[in-house]
Design a protein around this ligand. Structure first.
Ligand SMILES: [Zn+2]
Length: 186
């Protein structure tokens, strides 16, 4: 109930999402539709403070993920060349975004793709469903600690281990993002 209400509020404040995705945690049987909202505050070159805004993604509710426009563009480009699907979702390689050794040991690229980061955020949407209103203080505190071997890293570790990104919902990409992709060359 809390999630539905909070998601409705975000939708009404933020306008239409940049695109929608299929997301869930490994243990879930049903895919959920999650709105991805882009803001320039979260761009890598934003003047807003790092960790809180610049170059970061944040899961606000089980149905709302906020990202930078540059990140949204990166996800769309990756999905255009190698689309994920609900049958073949993107998961975080080796269950870690930042542990380069662990990723390399698993035969993955040491650097996580944007789609993997989005899979991590899908893990957070599941945590949000479980924790409801308590997600905000808990998530706000522990997200800053990132992944790692300690108990206070468990929140972030878990998001990387369970998150699944099942692709962009057909026809959901907003025209502003299409324009960004169309007018830029690699
Ligand atoms: Zn996280």
């Amino acid at each position: 109930m809390f999630n539905r209400l909070a998601t409705t509020i975000f939708h009404s404040l933020g306008g239409p999402p940049c695109f929608q995705i299929h997301g869930k945690a490994r243990g879930e049987t049903q895919w959920r539709v999650v709105g991805v909202y882009a803001t320039h505050r979260r761009d890598a070159d934003s003047r807003w403070p790092r960790n809180l805004f610049r170059g970061t993604c944040i899961t606000w509710t089980a149905g709302v993920i906020s990202v930078g426009w540059d990140f949204a563009e990166c996800v769309l480009r990756e999905q255009m060349s190698e689309p994920a699907s609900r049958d073949r979702p993107v998961e975080v390689a080796a269950g870690r975004i930042r542990d380069r050794l662990r990723r390399a040991d698993a035969g993955a690229s040491p650097f996580a793709s944007c789609s993997e980061v989005l899979a991590h955020e899908c893990g957070h949407t599941w945590q949000m469903l479980r924790l409801g209103v308590f997600y905000w203080p808990i998530g706000g505190a522990f997200t800053l600690f990132r992944e790692g071997p300690h108990w206070w890293n468990r929140f972030e570790n878990q998001a990387s281990e369970i998150g699944q990104f099942g692709g962009i919902v057909n026809g959901s990409v907003c025209s502003d993002l299409m324009l960004r992709i169309g007018t830029k060359k690699d």
